[in-house]
Design a protein. Structure first.
Length: 413
């Protein structure tokens, strides 16, 4: 999942539903022999090859429908531009981000509240989507989910006699032991601002709580009041990174960790296939981010990585829904999560990869909490605020900036 990009204001024209017309959804010439063309727009570059395989399977089984995948760089920005031009794809695969929330509130997507497509979806993820948009209707169907945590090199842990930490103090003690042994505890990739969100999302729910964002909207709390501990802990992590942390990006981090240049790596499970490409024999695991000294508060950060939705303006909704129904079938959902090291939103499908076995108990018990940044307006560009803070290390300026930028965006609405 390449993390959330900034949201551009959705143009007023978005709301003129009567004028919207689906793009790429007209069949050629309308002759009965022509296949109905469905455009599937999705935002995950790392999932393109998997979707290509699934689409080929679908097209082969459905000769009267031809699904084509579109997967541009910076997909969320491209999608918003297309919305403004009234060129909305038939089927959209996107993360449960602020972009999804904004477009849902603009009335662009089908309502799946009573749709049979939702019957095998885990209720916790359906609830997450509704909580995020604040709407009574359900505008997307969760397909795959992900998790944010700490990826660790199992062989190095064993060699150094380390155990998986379950509290913040244990986590810091583990990092210190690694540093004392002359190795790098965390490979930090702060050149890519979105990667700063991994520890932020890992800490916020346990330290502050997701309810904070609702209260911040109501004006009863501020970042200045509540986020000092998060800020202090964000800075503490820096002392355990490698030297050139602001010169290295996500791709550098995946390769460096794969090559054993750090013992731990603060990333999401979506990085695992990239790490394994760089070192197929690496033995790695993932544990939930131990943000506090109360293990019961340290839930696994997991959200909807890809949801599927249909444009209200599509001329071929039945065919679009048939494609979604196909993706939700157990064997296809299993293929996707196996190749992507993701987790299923579809009930009865399991992720059996040993690299993520440490996360299974959290999923089984439902010890899950959503990504904090899903509740922060994209226009705030919280990732660049965090990146600037980690460079300057001024806690007061950081907290003031979070409050100021939140208010600026709120006042525009």
């Amino acid at each position: 999942m390449k993390m959330k990009k900034a949201i551009m204001p959705v143009l007023a024209g978005v709301l003129a539903m009567s004028m919207l017309s689906g793009c790429g959804s007209k069949s050629d010439g309308g002759a009965s022999g022509d296949a109905v063309k469905i455009e599937f727009f999705q935002n995950k570059t790392e999932a393109k090859a998997t979707f290509d395989k699934l689409i080929a399977k679908f097209n082969s089984a459905n000769p009267n429908i031809k699904v084509t995948q579109v997967n541009p760089p910076d997909a969320e920005t491209v999608l918003k531009t297309r919305v403004a031009k009234k060129q909305i794809p038939d089927v959209i695969g996107i993360g449960a981000t602020d972009t999804y929330s904004t477009l849902s509130k603009s009335g662009l997507f089908e309502d799946f509240s009573s749709d049979p497509l939702t019957k095998n979806i885990q209720p916790a993820y359906l609830d997450m989507l509704k909580a995020q948009t604040g709407l009574s209707e359900l505008n997307g169907i969760p397909f795959s989910t992900n998790a944010n945590g700490v990826i660790y090199n199992k062989a190095m842990f064993k060699e150094m006699g380390l155990t998986v930490p379950t509290t913040w103090d244990e986590f810091m003690a583990t990092a210190q032991k690694i540093k004392d042994a002359g190795k790098v505890p965390f490979y930090l990739t702060l050149k890519d601002s979105w990667t700063t969100l991994i520890p932020f999302n890992g800490m916020e729910p346990g330290v502050v709580g997701i309810d904070f964002f609702k209260q911040r909207k109501e004006g009863t709390v501020t970042f200045k009041d509540k986020f000092r501990e998060v800020a202090d802990k964000q800075l503490q992590l820096l002392s355990f990174g490698q030297k050139d942390m602001f010169g290295k990006g996500y791709n550098d981090g995946n390769v460096a960790f794969a090559k054993g240049q750090s013992v731990m790596y603060l990333q999401g499970v979506w990085a695992i296939p990239e790490i394994q490409k760089a070192n197929p024999s690496i033995e790695l695991g993932v544990f939930p981010f131990p943000a506090t000294n109360d293990p019961s508060k340290n839930k696994l950060v997991s959200g909807v990585d890809t949801l599927l939705t249909v444009s209200k303006s599509s001329g071929h909704k039945a065919e679009a829904k048939k494609f979604i129904d196909f993706l939700l079938q157990s064997d296809n959902a299993k293929q996707y999560i196996t190749e992507q090291k993701a987790f299923p939103a579809v009930q009865g499908v399991t992720q059996d990869d040993p690299s993520v076995a440490d996360l299974k108990p959290a999923f089984e018990k439902g010890d899950l909490v959503d990504f904090a940044d899903h509740y922060i307006p994209g226009a705030m560009k919280v990732d660049t605020i965090i990146q600037g803070f980690l460079q300057k290390k001024d806690v007061d300026a950081y907290l003031n900036s979070l409050d100021t930028e939140w208010d600026k965006v709120a006042n525009r609405k």
